[in-house]
Design a protein around this ligand. Structure first.
Ligand SMILES: Nc1ncnc2c1ncn2[C@@H]1O[C@H](COP(=O)(O)OP(=O)(O)OP(=O)(O)O)[C@@H](O)[C@H]1O
Ligand SMILES: [Mg+2]
Length: 245
């Protein structure tokens, strides 16, 4: 049984961390021992050797996790593609170490939420993309997208990149969707994307008031996620909540 999900996006800044954090809180509420992972993070801050990934920190706060080195094995200061940041910082992403950290987290938690970097075709190192990592981790995917103008192209490209590589798609979540004064594009795109791709639409999140990653404020993220996202479809067949010994 695959006990986890990989959260990717159509782009950077689209809401992967927010979706992953919302999911973590909802699953935790259901009594699932949920772990989080941001295997490669760029744009980190802090002293050399003690770089902090804001995404990993926010996810760990959402899931109340305790093992930062396992959850965030590769951190880079430069807000660049990981392959370029790694070159500038004279480091290298080591996939075996990511998989080892993942396996360690699996011993501690029952369900692991993994956030990607940017989108599926972001290079982590030479000839190795985020999509390769999804495959190596053997995880199904959720795509986070926006719903406005341009979303059809970006979402279908991401779906294609996943399908070509044999990745399993659990569904698409639209983020920051307007609840009033929505555009015609926002209104019609989710159905068009579903009809053209055949991928399930899991729901959409509106702008969450009071959500602030810098100050670890979640606003009503958990409640809104619970109301608007089909969490059961993300879990797939995962129903084994038996506590780890
Ligand atoms: N539904 C939302 N309501 C309010 N703010 C949001 C929402 N979704 C995203 N944001 C804000 O937008 C910014 C980008 O979101 P987020 O960090 O989740 O994107 P990302 O896809 O994880 O980006 P990255 O590629 O850097 O990992 C963050 O500051 C976040 O707080
Ligand atoms: Mg993020």
């Amino acid at each position: 049984m695959k006990a986890g999900i990989f959260i990717t996006g159509t782009d950077t800044d689209v809401g992967k961390t927010v979706v992953a954090a919302g999911l973590a809180m909802v699953l935790k509420d259901r009594g699932i021992k949920v772990g989080v992972m941001k295997p490669v993070a760029t744009g980190c801050y802090g002293d050399d050797g003690r770089l902090v990934s804001q995404d990993a920190a926010f996810l760990m706060e959402a899931a109340q996790n305790e093992y930062p080195p396992l959850s965030s094995p590769f951190r880079f200061r430069n807000a660049l593609s990981p392959n370029v940041a790694a070159m500038l910082e004279k480091k290298e992403v080591n996939v075996a170490r990511i998989l080892e950290s993942y396996r360690e987290l699996q011993k501690i938690y029952d369900f692991i939420i993994v956030e990607g970097v940017g989108g599926l075709m972001v290079p982590l190192k030479k000839d190795y993309y985020v999509a390769n990592l999804v495959r190596d981790m053997q995880l199904p995917l959720v795509i986070v997208s926006y719903a406005g103008l341009g979303a059809i192209n970006h979402t279908l490209l991401t779906v294609d990149a996943a399908v070509i590589r044999g990745l399993e798609l659990r569904g698409i979540i639209f983020n920051r969707v307007s609840v009033t004064n929505y555009s015609l594009a926002e209104l019609t795109n989710p159905k068009v994307i579903h009809d053209l791709s055949g991928v399930p639409i899991l729901g959409s999140l509106p702008e969450i008031e009071g959500l602030n990653m810098d100050s670890f404020q979640f606003g009503r993220l958990k409640e809104v996620f619970q109301e608007r996202i089909q969490t059961g479809k993300i879990l797939g067949g995962f129903t084994d909540f038996a506590p780890k010994k």
